[in-house]
Design a protein around this ligand. Structure first.
Ligand code: PD2
Ligand code: ZN
Length: 275
């Protein structure tokens, strides 16, 4: 990021923060005026210092606004719930990017696991009947581009992200109701919390259209999101003081016809792994 933000722009951002504008509306206006979105977002974070109204959620990105601008892409907000913070987004990935992720993953799929609540070890269970694989953060130029875009969409640093996980569900494949955060009282959570802290948010991007079934369901808020190629569901479950939100219980419903491919990005409180 070589571009510098002028003092006029910084003053303008401060005024708009003070007026109660959301980050996404400020970024949208700045991008419209030709400012790099990453530069705009970084300045907003710096200028939201004590003295300005605090945010009650992790990210204000999804409170209002119809679009999210990233450096290379415009994402549309289709639906939002504020408590817990859940948003459905269109056009997170292009059809070609979805196809490329599937092509690169198909050859290296392995049965998915969960974290054992007692031992913390990875274990295969019937409740999660998908196959999957991971891409390390910035593994290659293609993955780097997606990691960066996702970080801009969810307004959270790319280095706090786990590697992009790709999952494939065949007919009958599902992931029963679960939490994405590590339950703080489970002994098995501790080794996972030691690297990057708690998970704070999830972005699930649908890589194909599913003929029937495969919705992402949130039973405690009666929400069901149908998979659509390139679209995504985003949700947050950990606030700034580290409290987690059990209202974000969710699952992947059984696929009834066709197959289902998703890419999942989990964000942590702080820098994760060897990023
Ligand atoms: O398959 C899904 O739709 C889904 C939804 C939410 C998968 C996961 N979470 C997950 O793998 O954690
Ligand atoms: Zn999940």
């Amino acid at each position: 990021m070589t571009q510098q933000l002028s003092s006029e722009w910084r003053g303008w951002i401060s005024e708009n923060i003070a007026r109660g504008c959301t980050d996404s509306s400020i970024v949208a206006s700045m991008v419209h005026a030709g400012i790099d979105p990453a530069l705009a977002r970084a300045a907003i974070v710096t200028l939201r210092l004590p003295g300005h109204p605090p945010l009650d959620n992790l990210s204000s990105q999804f409170h209002t606004g119809n679009s999210i601008w990233t450096q290379d892409h415009q994402v549309q907000v289709v639906m939002r719930v504020s408590k817990p913070c859940v948003a459905v987004l269109n056009n997170v990935l292009t059809p070609e990017e979805c196809d490329e992720l599937i092509r690169l993953s198909r050859i290296k799929l392995k049965r998915s696991t969960i974290v054992d609540p007692l031992s913390g070890e990875y274990r295969v269970i019937e409740d999660r009947s998908s196959s999957g694989t991971f891409f390390a953060v910035n593994e290659n130029d293609f993955i780097s581009r997606l990691d960066r875009r996702i970080s801009e969409v969810v307004n959270w640093p790319a280095e706090n992200g786990e590697g992009l996980q790709i999952l494939n569900y065949q007919i009958g494949g599902e992931y029963k109701a679960h939490f994405d955060y590590f339950p703080p009282d489970d002994p098995g959570s501790q080794p996972h919390l030691n690297n990057g802290g708690q998970r704070v948010s999830t972005l699930v991007v649908y890589l194909n259209d599913v003929n029937d079934g495969g919705e992402t369901v949130f039973p405690r808020i009666n929400l069901s999101v149908c998979p659509r190629k390139g679209s995504a569901v985003y949700f947050e479950y950990c606030n700034a003081t580290g409290e987690v939100d059990p209202m974000t219980l969710h699952g992947g419903a059984p696929v009834r016809a066709g197959e289902k491919w998703i890419a999942t990005k989990w964000m942590r409180q702080s820098r994760y792994g060897s990023n």
